[in-house]
Design a protein around this ligand. Structure first.
Ligand SMILES: Cc1ncc(COP(=O)(O)O)c(C=O)c1O
Length: 381
């Protein structure tokens, strides 16, 4: 997708533009892994559950991974009959479980107590599994480290080892990383599982290796392929992966327009018609998203700021070759995952429109109106 052409032609901002070619490129990488290793691929829809993405992904994947009843319902509407639908979450509501379980092909219970309470009420159509926590920390930031101290995510290997649960379930699930660009964590995780359970792994039917790997950014896929082939050969396991960001992350661009521009304490500030609320991880993790046209050596430093009243609603300081002016369009790149799904309308600023770019055409697939905001905040009589 030509970003300059996009900024010149996009009719409305703020807008999330999804590039269908990039989505298909990402999915083709996963399909190649599927063919070479025999693993099964699920799109983890939490990254972006937009129906256009689910429809594009459907022919490339074996199913979807979900976290809740709403996600499961949305996924089930799009999936063909034979597809897999996996769930793992710390927060299954007992009142929702019958409806949710009926939609699933696999569940990985997050704790022993969750398993003991809900397994007896799970239909035979849903294979029982457990999420395990190998207590291998690969991430420095505890906010997104599933293996942090006192983690709420997964049963510890020691607890599982001392129980008889492994005999009672058909599968295990592990998820330990975020945005990993090599397979070392996965290799260490599987080695730890093997060291605990050895040949007993052959009593299981499946192993879900979670998400968290940016497959396209990893040059050598051989270690992954060998790992999966070995698990299939040594234990006869069906191996799943459930990437989210690897599917949709670099396919999404957030376009905004400069609404105002002024100097504050000696620095130029540009106010955009978007905010960090359209990409909340910028604020949550103090992450600075990439911007098209930013060059660290360029002459015009500018603070890109969101339009809300929050002082910290700021994307960061960037440098441009031309001074920004009111009306200039800004493109944040690689923001397809965990952006719009976490977005909200603080201060009453609307959500971005959503466009899909496909076959050199831009199609607007979503627009929110005042009626949506009114519906959200009008109390029911
Ligand atoms: C259990 C589980 N599976 C899969 C994913 C998807 O991870 P990613 O989008 O990093 O590939 C996540 C992300 O949080 C997760 O918690």
């Amino acid at each position: 997708m030509d970003l300059q052409h996009l900024t010149d032609t996009l009719p409305t901002t703020p807008a999330l533009v999804l590039d269908a070619d990039t989505l298909r490129e990402n999915l083709a990488v996963l399909q190649d892994l599927r063919q070479r290793s025999g693993c099964k691929v699920l799109y983890s829809i939490k990254a972006l559950p937009l129906s256009s993405v689910l429809e594009i992904a459907r022919p490339y994947v074996d199913g979807f991974a979900v976290s809740s009843l709403f996600e499961a319902k949305l996924a089930a509407e799009c999936l063909p009959a034979q597809a897999s639908l996996h769930l793992s979450t710390p927060g299954i509501r007992p009142d929702e479980w019958p409806e949710l379980a009926a939609l699933l092909t696999h569940v990985s219970f997050n704790s022993a107590t969750q398993y003991l309470r809900l397994a007896p009420n799970t239909p035979a159509s849903c294979a029982l599994g457990l999420r395990v926590n190998p207590h291998l920390s690969f991430l420095d930031d505890a906010r997104f480290n599933p293996c942090r101290a006192h983690s709420k995510l997964g049963i510890s290997l020691d607890e599982l080892w001392q129980s008889s649960y492994l005999e009672q379930v058909q599968g295990l699930h592990v998820h330990t990383v975020f945005a990993a660009t090599d397979f070392k964590p996965l290799i260490a995780t599987v080695a730890k599982l093997r060291s605990y359970f050895g040949k007993d792994l052959a009593k299981l039917k499946w192993l879900n290796l979670g998400g968290g790997y940016l497959f396209k950014q990893i040059a050598d896929h051989r270690p992954f392929i060998d790992l999966v082939l070995q698990l299939r050969h040594d234990f006869g396991l069906e191996v799943f992966i459930e990437p989210g960001k690897a599917v949709v992350g670099d396919a999404g661009h957030l376009l905004a327009t400069v609404l105002d521009c002024f100097v504050s304490d000696g620095k130029t500030v540009a106010i955009l018609d978007t905010s960090v609320n359209h990409n909340p991880e910028v604020f949550e993790y103090q992450r600075q998203p990439s911007v098209y046209g930013h060059d660290p050596k360029a002459a015009y430093p500018t603070i890109l700021a969101g339009c809300t009243c929050l002082a910290g609603d700021v994307f960061g300081e960037y440098r441009f070759h031309q001074p920004l002016a009111i009306g200039t369009k800004i493109v944040f790149t690689q923001v397809g995952a965990y952006s719009l799904i976490k977005a909200h309308r603080f201060n009453g600023y609307n959500f971005p429109d959503i466009y899909v770019h496909q076959d050199a055409r831009l199609q607007r697939v979503k627009h929110y109106a005042y009626a949506d905001y009114h519906q959200q905040w009008s109390a029911q009589a």
